[in-house]
Write a protein that binds this ligand. Structure first.
Ligand SMILES: [Zn+2]
Length: 169
């Protein structure tokens, strides 16, 4: 593994554009890929404004671009924290209260039987986020739902608008 810390910001952007490095290399090099992405025009993950469900000064919540289930959602902090062990109690309360509300909304809007929650920020550097993954009635219960195969996000405007409305209430 190459240490990306030896490169300038401009060199890193060039390497990303040439598909020579990915977010994994950032994590391995101890550079937060999420913060780099946000500071550099979404160069790593692409613009997700069309997938945003909710945003305020502390958190951002959006539908995942390569979901494991319809309604697969991520919630991340605006401020940098390495993982959940790093966040303060106030943010912890806010994120989990928000997650609870959104899990109920996802269940209702997508008609899933349950919604799973996980956070597994790992490696030398990561950016705190939580994932909510719906489990549908035709799917078996259990931890395999965390590793269902990923697919490309397809926009469902009606559901997206419904999520945005309900989370504001
Ligand atoms: Zn970060």
């Amino acid at each position: 593994m190459e240490d990306l810390k030896k490169y300038s910001k401009e060199e890193l952007i060039k390497l990303i554009k040439e598909n020579k490095i990915t977010f994994v290399d950032f994590t391995d090099s101890g550079i937060c890929p999420t913060c780099f992405d946000r500071e550099n025009n979404n160069i790593l993950y692409g613009n997700n404004k069309d997938k945003i469900i909710y945003e305020d000064e502390d958190i951002e919540c959006f539908l995942v671009g390569n979901p494991r289930a319809n309604g697969h959602t991520a919630i991340s902090s605006k401020k940098h924290y390495k993982d959940m062990m790093d966040i303060d109690d106030e943010l912890c309360k806010k994120v989990f209260t928000f997650s609870k509300k959104l899990m109920n909304i996802i269940k209702e809007v997508y008609g899933s039987e349950s919604v799973y929650l996980c956070t597994m920020c790992d490696g030398p550097m990561n950016h705190f986020h939580i994932q909510l993954i719906p489990r549908y009635s035709n799917e078996k219960r259990g931890s395999k739902n965390f590793v269902k195969p990923r697919f490309n996000y397809v926009e469902d405007k009606e559901k997206l608008e419904r999520l945005r409305e309900l989370i504001k209430e």
